[in-house]
Design a protein around this ligand. Sequence first.
Ligand SMILES: *Cc1c(COP(=O)(O)O)cnc(C)c1O
Length: 371
Amino acid sequence: MPVPLLDLVAQYQTIRDEIEPALRSVIERQGFVMGPEVAELEAAIAALTGVPHAIACASGTDALLLPLRALALQPGDEVIAPAFTFFATAGAIHNAGGTPVFADIDPVTFNITPEAIEAAITPRTRAIVVVHLFGQMAPMERIAPIAARHGLAVIEDGAQTIGARRLIDGTWTHPGQLGTVATLSFFPTKNLGGWGDGGMMLTTDAELGARLGRLRLHGGAKQYHHDEVGFNSRLDSLQAAVLLVKLRHLSAWNDARRAHAAYYQDAFADMPAVCPPRVDDANEHIWHQYTIRVERRDALMAHLKDRGIGCAIYYPLPLHLQPCFAHLGYAPGALPVTEAAMRTVLSLPVYPELTEAHQAEVVGAIREFCG
Ligand SMILES: *Cc1c(COP(=O)(O)O)cnc(C)c1O
């Protein structure tokens, strides 16, 4: 039985009856850009995350770019970021006029470490982009004080962590509560995916929130009056309508991902060749990816593909070794933990609609490979 890595058609079938009336309402009104659905979505995400100012924009990439632009980076200004992440994290730093400085990650959670951040700080450092990778948060309770001590902004790239939280001093804390700004992506493959591109910025700072709201509309609070030069980074009403329907299911979908992860954790307990992912004790994980580590990764991947089982390498080439960043001067070996992860990681299907039969198929194929 083939098992895809993700099955958006299966998800659509479960919500078809709810989503079509929501879309029809936008279509009948012919109000396609920044309509009432957008404000409703912003309020709903603010309520979900406990971060009061939520500003929708055109993509998760723009959600990183706008707050970085708001920092008015000067040539040579540095922004610390992990290299084990999707390209947008560092692309946005470059496009905001900054120089990415890559820091290594924790081998267990794959998240950037406070120690690596601290070691990368120089007099030119202006900000840190913390990526909460694969669905669990980095230790913000240790990163935020480092940033405060050095006067640095913290942008939390939460593209993969909508609904994830971390127990900090006895309080469940979401991305955006300790950082300057947190971002979300509504790219179709994310845990809350639209039917196209979309993103959001979250902040507790009302003034910064208002500024980001202007930056997404060509820098003007009032139409045809521009306080600064911004961007066209609006969210479509049709996307917001889809996302509002899907948001009602997000918590159940994240629970289903958790159940699938628990099934794999059990199954891999007696397979020493497979190193299953670990959840940091303080985290509630949303399993955007279920990522194992295996020494003979490429052989396992070929074996699974032969049996029609979807799997993927996130990420096959870390950002410090990308050709476009060759001028930054990183050589192989510069980030050893990142590079070890690059060679051994493999993400398995963990999407909500996955059945037990699907999971048995995946586990059976891996067991067969391990011999
Ligand atoms: C998906 C993703 C982004 C970019 O989001 P888009 O909506 O595709 O622009 C940024 N960072 C991370 C970690 C992502 O996974």
